[in-house]
Design a protein around this ligand. Structure first.
Ligand code: FES
Ligand SMILES: [Fe+2]
Length: 466
């Protein structure tokens, strides 16, 4: 293991650090990611609900690797490298992701995989069941030469994860405390509300970093300051990291206000809480809240007396929304206050997955990947999850969506307007290295600290020489 200059302790002590921009721009670094990073880590592939029945399958591509995940007769999942052991044809033809055309290749009722080149055939366990003219090899082909290469697969929170490294740690261990905390929110019971993707002109790290910290809200999403206070803290949890709302104002310090739950700022918390919740919901593409939560917040002005405290306002609002949801068959999980507090606002699940969570929704959530061999492009995906009454879950698919306000809502458009120019700006010969905020932007620092560990020390953050 590489010895890093910035330790977890340094992060907890909020030591200022810097790191260079090679990881964002170098084609050599991108090539190294394909060897040292993507084939070695647990990464989210898709929601389990996309392949519910035996024979359902899908493909997931990252770097030069393509993976097939398939649901077996007994309900278990198996995953294989998408390559025929004969002469290397992809078993399932997966074209490059193409705007408006190809996201991934999927299907169902699969009984076996037949290679289109010479017809070698494999069952869903990955074993070879047919070779044309096997006698020509003189009996020297063994089953372990002719089977598919297996990939580790597991699930957490309703997500399918794969890891191409046969010696990897179990997924549960990989998720660590982040997984334990998020388990309370029962993400597995949520379903897609919408899901969109785009090819965006920046490195995948620039894209994920645009959504790792609320430090940018004051300048990028200035309109949100009318009702919300976005001062944030952040904390590393080893691989993963979390940000939470912090406050410099005692009036808003309350146990409930640690996650996505907090009072709006202003004279009358009944009004500002509603405006805060409504604005987030409507301008973040109908996620970051739910219609139930918005409706309950709207009633605060009628249901509570003038002069009510922000804490009472929040307690009433959450209680009402919980009852409203129960009446339509959406039962909130019980999240103990200490878990609510520790679980914060949004998680960076290293390296390329972001989840903003609450008890009945998660979103906006993000997943990014490199696109081809160009360090200046990425596959950008965002989705919203929500708990729906049974039978009322919407049918959704991945929709290609150009990065406009019309497609993504005005808040995401504001983020898009930064990403391309962060990527360009960091190429400047006058850029001396990043100076991330040690209190509010630890998730960004932690992304690079952990990347350096996998990438042989390249791009490692260094403590500023104070
Ligand atoms: S490459 Fe698959 S059967 Fe020949
Ligand atoms: Fe943003």
């Amino acid at each position: 293991m590489v010895k890093l200059d910035v330790t977890a302790r340094d992060m907890d002590d909020e030591r200022p650090v810097t790191y260079g921009s090679e990881a964002f721009h170098s084609t050599d670094y991108l090539a190294a990611e394909k060897k040292l990073l993507w084939p070695k880590i647990w990464q989210m592939v898709e929601r389990e609900t996309d392949i519910p029945s035996p024979g359902d399958w899908l493909t997931y591509d990252v770097g030069d690797d393509s993976i097939i995940v398939v649901r077996m007769e007994d309900g278990a999942l198996r995953a294989f490298h998408n390559v025929c052991p004969h002469r290397g044809r992809q078993l399932i033809s997966v074209p490059d992701m193409l705007p408006g055309k190809v996201h991934s290749v999927r299907g169902n009722n699969r009984k076996n995989f037949v290679c289109g080149f010479h017809g070698w055939t494999f069952n869903l366990e990955g074993n070879n069941t047919y070779i044309l003219d096997p006698q020509d090899w003189g009996g020297r082909l063994t089953p372990d030469m002719t089977c598919l290469s297996e990939v580790r697969v597991d699930t957490w929170g309703g997500f399918i994860y794969i890891n191409m490294d046969p010696h990897c740690a179990p997924l549960r261990e990989w998720m660590g405390r982040a997984g334990e905390l998020l388990d309370y929110f029962e993400l597995d019971k949520m379903r897609y509300k919408w899901r969109q993707w785009a090819i965006y002109p920046c490195n995948w790290k620039v894209a994920i970093e645009a959504f790792l910290e609320p430090y940018h809200i004051a300048a990028t999403h200035t309109q949100l300051l009318a009702y919300g206070e976005y001062y944030a803290c952040s904390k590393q949890y080893g691989l993963h990291s979390v940000s939470s709302y912090d406050t410099r104002d005692e009036k808003y310090q309350m146990a409930e206000s640690s996650g996505t739950v907090r009072a709006g700022k202003g004279e009358d918390p009944r009004i500002s809480t509603y405006e805060l919740i409504r604005e987030n919901y409507e301008t973040v593409n109908y996620t970051a809240s739910t219609q139930t939560l918005v409706n309950a917040a709207k009633r605060l002005i009628d249901e509570l007396p003038e002069g009510v405290s922000p804490a009472e306002c929040i307690a009433h609002w959450r209680g009402q929304a919980r009852a409203d949801d129960a009446a339509r068959g959406v039962i909130w999980p019980d999240v103990p206050p200490d878990v609510q507090h520790e679980s914060g606002l949004a998680w960076a699940l290293w390296p390329n997955q972001n989840i903003l969570h609450d008890v009945t929704f998660a979103g906006p959530c993000y997943r990014v990947r490199p696109y081809g061999d160009d360090p200046s492009k990425c596959i950008f995906e965002s989705y919203a999850l929500e708990r729906f009454p049974e039978g009322e879950e919407p049918e959704t698919e991945w929709v290609y969506a150009e990065p406009t306000a019309e497609n993504w809502g005005p808040v995401l458009e504001q983020d898009f307007l930064n990403m391309e120019f962060v990527h360009k700006g960091m190429k400047s010969s006058g850029f001396r290295g990043a100076l991330p905020n040690p209190h509010q932007e630890q998730k960004v620092i932690n992304l690079h600290r952990n990347l350096a560990e996998w990438m042989g020390g390249r791009g490692a953050p260094k403590k500023l020489g104070l």
